[in-house]
Design a protein around this ligand. Structure first.
Ligand code: AMP
Ligand code: ZN
Length: 111
């Protein structure tokens, strides 16, 4: 998707503070953190949100969730963390490339 900011990050056209990368996923720090540790894990292949996911996305969705605790621990979140997936305008989604927020280390807990 040429107008998708996260696709541009995947392509290297926009810089990010990268935490992890493999063939399928990329993890990077959120540019506006809401807590001391706030990063996101995204599939490299564009899919707008959970609503657009289908069976072909099952493996990458599982990969992202299995990666989350490992990356959280690497980022110092030994005590646990929050995972947030905003879906659609009604779910507060602003960037329409699927992403899982990993948040921890103190700060407000809005939910
Ligand atoms: P949402 O779509 O509401 O789940 O959140 C989108 C998130 O993307 C927000 O927390 C933004 O701070 C974050 N964000 C937007 N642009 C960038 C960027 N270039 N690099 C890192 N994070 C970003
Ligand atoms: Zn995209």
């Amino acid at each position: 998707m040429s107008d998708c900011i996260f696709c541009k990050i995947v392509a290297g056209d926009i810089p990010c503070n990268r935490i992890y990368e493999d063939d399928d996923v990329l993890a990077f720090h959120d540019i506006h953190p809401v807590a001391p540790v706030h990063f996101m894990i995204i599939p490299k292949a564009h899919v707008a949100s959970l609503t657009e996911c289908a069976a072909e996305h099952q493996a990458v969705l599982g990969k992202i969730l299995l990666l989350a605790p490992n990356l959280a621990k690497e980022q110092g979140l030994d005590d646990g963390f929050r995972t947030v997936i905003n879906t659609g305008k009604g779910g507060g989604q602003e960037v329409f490339h699927l992403h899982v927020h990993i948040i921890g280390g103190g700060g407000p807990r809005p939910l």
